[in-house]
Design a protein around this ligand. Sequence first.
Ligand code: G3P
Length: 217
Amino acid sequence: MKFFIDTANLDQIKEAQDLGILDGVTTNPSLMAKEGITGHEHILKHYVSICEAVEGDVSAEVIAVDFEGMVKEGEALAALHPQIVVKIPMIKEGVKALKYFSDKGIKTNCTLVFSPGQALLAAKAGATYVSPFIGRLDDVSTDGIQLIEDIRNIYDNYAFETEILAASVRHTMHIISCAHAGADVMTGPLSAITGLLKHPLTDIGLEKFLADYKKGN
Ligand code: G3P
């Protein structure tokens, strides 16, 4: 399973990159605003800085909601850097844009996916990634991980190549459950990624090893 970090914070992106386990980055307009990145030019510059900080795919979301607007904006984003993946919302115009970019060989990430039907449409349109939002489903008493399992089953039935990118991952158990469910990628905050490191028995064991070593030296 690939690990993407879901943030526009460069320090956190670099920290995950330094761990050696990072495969890419996802962003969205809310994550940009959270870092105080506003204004078109500033946002574009920030995407380039993110691409330069990591080796993998970097999702950059379009703001337009009409086909022509998405195409214009997506082409400009894709031209920014070879690592850019154009992030398109799961709406009717978005499906058309996914097909357009797929035909042109430009990578896409279909975002705001909450049902198997939406994921099926994204795959039919040739999306590179589909992003089911598992945390937001859990927020409304619906099983987000079940959606990952459903999409995995559907995609495997027909050998769709679209990668399942589990998004809105909030904590370590989401990551583990995504791995069980067969997500191709998970994108989450740094806290969820580094949370995987933690186990009290590791800390206790290491403390004892070091103490015993010191006894003999
Ligand atoms: O990857 C999508 C993500 O940014 C949404 O996460 O926590 O706002 O539901 P969240």
